[in-house]
Design a protein around this ligand. Structure first.
Ligand code: NDP
Length: 396
């Protein structure tokens, strides 16, 4: 029986709130705070209609540590679950330290003026969290998140050494829009337009953005799709924690239409993250672009098809070469029927709820700052099957 304070009322925040409400035996009290309170209220109304569970809502600018501290002091939650934006990570970790509350997020900190995906800023919190006997769990979404747990489970049960890892993220869904992103457009476009990077023989190798591709034949009728190599944050911790690893890469599918729009937007300067003077007002083009693009939360009723995200692992077991593919398939329309959101928000929000459940039940609790693969994967893998993200493991 615990009280969770969710920060962020976007696509992912909505799924987390609905999923926590489905498990009242763990989440006996749920509070939701975000910058725009009416969005929290709309989520609370939907949760009430679907589950009969009451969620308390609050306005909060989570960039302001003092405001978060005041809200935490007022509510006294057992866990702060951060599904606002990566920019708020450090401020919210500071607020947790000041109030003695455990912390969970789904995306690593990014400085607003620089698209840098590194854990170094959050790793700097290890000692303070240890000293305060508090647990911080980083990256409890799908990727990062479930992909890390898939790797830990493979390492525990299927391999003596994992030599090659390919994380492959396929959205075979369609929202019918000319151009829209399935999660926060600013964060999504910052991630996709940066240089690619993969890890080989102990070194990072850089590639031009989206310049490498392969075709992967996805299971269960999804079929072959073109996937592009890009850097993704879970690689940074996985290369430290997988035994014997020689190469680690991340791939994502994009449609031709998406890539054409992105190329044009980049070419005309609309993906820039530095301020441009517009009639005396500094405007960040990417932030303006976000304002005119569809909100990810609005794509729920429009999206059809499925996602398929998984890990393809190669290594050795008992002296023999072995391959394993562990994946989840999630249906956009099923997710919408259940919680009113499309599958990208769903596949992020469910693992955030499960990570919170692991912490609040004591299954995953240890002072310090941790990645998902550093805890026992078994209870998390079992919970995925129970809470809407069933997985398969096959030897291709
Ligand atoms: P949205 O843009 O839909 O929602 C973000 C929410 O955060 C909005 O409600 C926004 O408020 C709120 N917010 C922004 N700034 C502040 C602030 N200063 N104080 C309080 N609230 C704030 O994004 P998503 O729901 O799609 O994504 C949420 C998080 O999940 C992101 O960090 C994203 O990177 C991560 N993610 C992780 C994935 C994974 O697999 N690990 C996959 C997909 C997403 P407002 O409505 O006022 O703008």
């Amino acid at each position: 029986m615990a009280h969770v304070l969710i920060i962020g009322a976007g696509g992912v925040g909505s799924v987390v709130a609905h999923k926590c409400a489905q498990v009242p035996s763990v989440f006996s009290q749920i509070s939701l705070a975000s910058r725009t309170k009416c969005k929290c209220d709309a989520i609370a109304a939907s949760v009430m209609a679907r589950t009969g569970i009451d969620i308390a809502t609050f306005a909060l600018d989570a960039d302001r540590v003092a405001d978060s501290v005041a809200l935490i002091d007022q509510l006294k939650p057992d866990l702060l679950l951060n599904v606002a934006l990566p920019y708020q990570d450090l401020a919210l970790m500071d607020a947790c330290l000041k109030t003695g509350v455990d912390y969970l997020d789904t995306a690593n900190y990014e400085p607003p003026d620089e698209a840098k995906f590194e854990y170094k800023w959050q790793w700097a919190y290890r000692q303070p969290f240890e000293k305060a006997s508090l647990t911080a769990l980083l990256g409890s979404g799908f990727d990062p998140g479930v992909t890390n747990v898939f790797c830990a489970w493979a390492q525990k049960h299927h391999f003596d050494e994992i030599h090659e890892l390919d994380i492959i993220d396929c959205n075979a869904g369609d929202h019918g829009q000319h151009f829209a992103t399935n999660f926060n457009p600013e964060i999504n476009i910052r991630e996709i337009t940066q240089r690619g990077r993969y890890w080989e023989h102990g070194e990072w190798v850089e590639t031009d953005p989206l310049s490498w591709s392969m075709t992967y034949d996805f299971p269960e009728g999804i079929g072959p799709k073109k996937c592009f190599l890009m850097y993704h944050e879970e690689l940074e911790s996985l290369v430290l924690h997988l035994k014997g690893l020689k190469r680690a890469r991340f791939w994502m599918t994009f449609s031709e239409q998406y890539l054409t729009h992105l190329r044009v937007l980049e070419n005309v300067g609309m993906t820039r993250i530095d301020p441009v003077d517009y009639n005396g007002t500094p405007v960040v083009p990417l932030q303006f672009l976000k304002a005119v693009l569809p909100e990810p939360a609005s794509l729920g009723p429009l999206t059809t098809g499925r996602t398929c995200i998984g890990c393809l692992l190669k290594g050795i077991k008992d002296g023999r070469q072995k391959q394993l593919y562990i994946y989840n398939i999630c249906n956009h329309e099923d997710a919408y029927r259940e919680v009113g959101s499309q599958a990208i928000s769903y596949t992020t929000g469910v693992p955030a709820m499960i990570g919170a459940m692991m912490m609040l039940t004591g299954a995953w609790k240890r002072p310090g700052v941790w990645h998902m693969e550093q805890f026992d994967p078994d209870p998390f893998m079992a919970a995925l099957n129970q809470h809407g993200l069933p997985w398969q493991a096959i030897e291709p």
